[in-house]
Ligand binder design. Structure first.
Ligand SMILES: [Zn+2]
Ligand SMILES: [Zn+2]
Length: 144
């Protein structure tokens, strides 16, 4: 077993490479079986012919659904779709604007705030559903 980051041999059963600190299985630079360099994204090691672990999504980086986000934007508001997508700054802004708008609903300005945020969310909802917004707040591509 070799470290896929630095190519040094790893202690069998170790969870972390003692040479570079990379977690076991992380990295794509070296073959875990023979320790030779591999091309990033390669599925098979050209040196020993063994299958390298499929490049799977890192845990905690699951892809968000653009359909879910788009529908949340169109029907729920309050920036909930941006919370879902991880655009926390935008989400908090929309949430605060919606709350302020509701508090000021008796005044004409409240109406304009709610109207403005609704248009913003409508536009982004359509951009999500049509794929114009294609990544989440962490830059991970959205799935359908
Ligand atoms: Zn290492
Ligand atoms: Zn190999």
């Amino acid at each position: 077993m070799y470290c896929r980051y630095c190519g040094k041999e790893m202690v069998e059963g170790a969870a972390v490479c003692v040479q570079c600190g990379a977690p076991k299985g992380a990295g794509t630079a070296y073959c875990p079986f023979c320790g030779n360099a591999t091309a990033p994204g390669a599925v098979i090691c050209v040196s020993c012919g063994r299958q390298l672990g499929a490049v799977t999504a890192v845990p905690g980086q699951e892809q968000k659904s653009k359909t879910t986000a788009g529908l949340l934007a169109l029907f729920l508001g309050f920036g909930i779709y941006n919370f879902y997508l991880g655009y926390t700054g935008k989400a908090v802004t929309q949430l605060i604007l919606d709350i302020v708008g509701i508090l000021l609903a008796a005044l004409i300005v409240g109406f304009f705030i709610i109207f403005g945020v609704s248009i913003w969310q409508l536009v982004e909802g359509i951009m999500l559903l049509t794929g114009k917004i294609s990544v989440d707040g962490k830059g991970i591509p959205l799935k359908d």
